[in-house]
Design a binder for this molecule. Structure first.
Ligand code: AP5
Ligand code: ZN
Length: 217
């Protein structure tokens, strides 16, 4: 299985990707999580990325393409394939990914778009809680932790992302429509695009995704 999940902030990429990872034994590469790890470590890239992420913009294509290339080349979990969450986000990134995969004769099989109206995303984003160490995601209303503001597995505190507020969300959505929507057209042209109604509850979204894959490996 070699696939990407594409969709606006809060569409459910990070919620669905771990299920795909588990079912198909592939790696889950989430560029947002990778950048947040750099921010937490206060690396030069992390400091630069934090400013961009908090403004709802995009980190440069070169940096992101190299980050994914490095991970695909070295992460053993990716031997069976991968699910990319949050990448590619521009047509240049999609082209960069294609050249990497073509060089290995391992082309992308599925580009799954999580389709949802912008209006439904505000409550998802402003209610999201995360466990920074694992990336586990909760929602104050739709998927609350067992104990208030504590991770179900470790009991450690949950936090809100600094870009999860209504103002930054507006900018992130603007960036998505301007720069990432053309990536959807790119994959439609290639004939590997499928759309899923992401406004349903997570179980239904999961069933719709499985319906696309059929028996593909
Ligand atoms: P990133 O972390 O990728 O953020 P994003 O694309 O804005 O997506 P989100 O993580 O907000 O949403 P999601 O779809 O994963 O939703 P989730 O499943 O968590 O990127 C952050 C930033 O990093 C970018 O803005 C950019 O600056 C930078 N960046 C990253 N990649 C880059 C790249 N390739 N190039 C350049 N820059 C890059 O769900 C959200 C909430 O809703 C959760 O609380 C969840 O519990 C709930 N929920 C999920 N599904 C449902 C459902 N079906 N029903 C009800 N609630 C649901
Ligand atoms: Zn995410």
């Amino acid at each position: 299985m070699r696939m990407i999940l594409i969709g606006p902030p809060g569409a459910g990429k990070g919620t669905q990707a771990p299920r795909i990872k588990e079912k198909y034994c592939v790696c889950h590469l989430a560029t947002g999580d990778m950048l947040r790890a750099q921010v937490a470590k206060k690396t030069p890239l992390g400091k630069e990325a934090k400013k961009i992420m908090d403004q709802g913009g995009l980190v440069s294509d070169d940096i992101m393409i190299n980050m994914i290339k490095n991970e695909l080349d070295t992460n053993r979990e990716c031997a069976n394939g991968f699910i990319l969450d949050g990448f590619p986000r521009t047509v240049a990134q999609a082209e960069g990914l294609d050249s990497m995969l073509e060089a290995e004769s391992k082309p992308l099989k599925h580009a799954v778009e999580l389709q949802i109206d912008d209006g439904l995303l505000v409550s998802r984003i402003t209610g999201r809680l995360i466990h920074p160490a694992s990336g586990r995601t909760y929602h104050k209303v739709f998927n609350p932790p067992k104990e208030t503001m504590k991770d179900d597995v470790t009991g450690e505190p949950l936090i809100q992302r600094t870009d999860d507020n209504a103002d930054t969300l507006k900018k992130r959505l603007g960036t998505y429509h301007a720069q990432t929507a053309p990536v959807v057209a790119y994959y439609k042209n290639k004939g590997i695009w499928s759309g899923v109604d992401a406004s349903q509850d997570p179980e239904h979204v999961w069933k719709s995704i499985l319906g696309i894959f059929g028996d593909s490996k």
